[in-house]
Design a protein around this ligand. Structure first.
Ligand code: ADP
Length: 411
């Protein structure tokens, strides 16, 4: 709605500005033609010539000619032109020329500049070689005609500038509002996730601690130790989770020192796939590898790179409701190694594709928290890929699955 009304305002303004410009230009042209007619009449009078003065023509936007029967002295012509321009209120810099068909050239040309600073500027009238091959002409050229007309349109120029400023401001505010809205949504989602993720271990620890204060439990060493180990394990899980979130959330590729070792991408993928097989078996899924790239050597950090593959595999399983069917393939394209991780999961809506690599972003699922996560996995993946001067993109269709495509530089 806002965009439609803004476009209407811009279109309206454009229409009126061009109308006003045309009007001013026609006024200017008429004044020039009248002046030229005046000049020619005067010359004819002086020469006691009774021919008519119909030979005034506009040959181009800023170029005018007038037929005469004889070449007038330049000084006379200039005086007459100035006189007529004064009468018609034209105060623009002009160039005039006198053309003689016998010599087939401009006999004389001069610029009359009211602004003394520009007197050295080259003459432009000589480039307007649009002269007919016969007769004598006087020619007029206005090098600054457009500026002169625009000067008459000050109101329109200012009003257009104000409209442009309003539009810039408007776009800025809308952008800011949208960003704020997204940020607050992401924040609310993150707090929700955090609560869900942390609540379970905290309440388990709480319950176990409470049990430990029960005298019956205290006397039974077996039960006591099992509660102690529950507390230990849950505490460990909690710490790991908090550490991971903090580590990734504060990940700054400029501060992390990456190792620069030669890696075999195929080897890393094969190892990650082997480790992942247990998860696949749990879900009754299928993981297949098509490692067809002839050159799989890249320079990078083994640990981070393994994490990248692992994160993508993790997501491919997490975001599929049926038994996951995952395929990892590699190919060579030019100097790049292309790795595709394809799944048959729930897919991602188009409107989210640009956001999923942002920190804390999770595709909104309302209040359902069936898949755990903090929206950090893909942020980490992208950060690492970019740090390796690679690229990452995603293709996805809702309900059909997603393909994450990594392009790395071969050695
Ligand atoms: P999370 O911890 O939520 O998994 P990620 O950064 O890994 O965070 O992913 C961001 C969002 O992108 C997820 O919330 C999910 O909605 C979507 N997503 C990521 N990978 C996939 C996938 N393979 N299939 C469908 N959706 C995915």
């Amino acid at each position: 709605m806002a965009i439609a009304s803004l476009s209407a305002i811009v279109a309206g303004q454009f229409y009126w500005v061009s109308k006003a410009y045309d009007l001013e230009e026609n006024k200017f042209n008429d004044k020039v033609k009248e002046s030229l007619t005046g000049v020619v009449t005067k010359i004819l009078e002086i020469n006691r010539d009774s021919s008519n003065t119909k030979g005034v023509k506009q040959k181009a936007t800023s170029f005018f000619t007038a037929n005469i029967n004889d070449t007038p002295p330049p000084f006379l012509l200039e005086t007459l032109l100035k006189e007529q321009f004064k009468k018609h209120n034209i105060q623009e810099t002009f160039e005039y020329g006198i053309y003689d068909c016998f010599y087939d050239s401009i006999l004389y040309a001069k610029r009359v500049d009211y602004d003394v600073k520009n007197t050295d500027a080259p003459l432009l009238i000589t480039r307007q070689a649009e002269f007919d091959a016969d007769g004598h002409y006087i020619a007029l050229f206005f090098p600054n005609k457009t500026q002169a007309i625009l000067r008459q349109l000050t109101f329109w120029v200012y009003s257009s500038a104000i409209i442009i400023l309003i539009i810039i401001f408007f776009t800025y505010v809308i952008n800011l509002l949208l960003k704020q809205k997204k940020l607050s949504e992401v924040k609310a989602d993150f707090i929700n996730n955090m609560t869900h993720e942390l609540r379970t271990p905290i309440s388990t620890i709480g319950l176990s601690a409470e049990a430990l204060s029960n005298p019956n439990v205290l006397q039974n060493e077996g039960r006591l130790m099992s509660y102690v180990s529950i507390i230990k394990n849950e505490n460990e899980r909690l710490r790991n989770q908090v550490d991971r979130v903090l580590q990734i959330a504060t990940l700054d590729p400029k501060k992390v020192t990456f190792k620069h070792e030669q890696l075999s991408v195929h080897e890393i993928i094969a190892k990650a796939a082997q480790t992942f097989q247990v998860r696949m078996d749990e879900r009754g899924g299928q993981l297949s590898l098509h490692l067809e790239a002839q050159n799989d050597a890249v320079i990078g950090d083994r640990l981070h790179f393994t994490n990248v593959i692992y994160n993508l595999l993790d997501n491919a399983t997490k975001y599929s409701t049926n038994a996951p069917v995952i395929e990892i393939s590699t190919t060579c394209e030019g100097n790049g190694l292309v790795i595709c991780v394809k799944d048959n999961g729930v897919g991602i809506g188009k409107q989210h594709l640009n956001n999923i690599f942002e920190k804390f972003y999770r595709v909104p699922t309302g209040n359902i928290h069936d898949v755990r996560g903090f929206g950090l996995g893909l942020f980490y993946v992208r950060t690492i890929v970019l740090a390796h001067r690679g690229k990452i993109k995603v293709e996805s269709e809702l309900g059909k699955g997603s393909t994450f495509i990594l392009i790395l530089n071969n050695i």
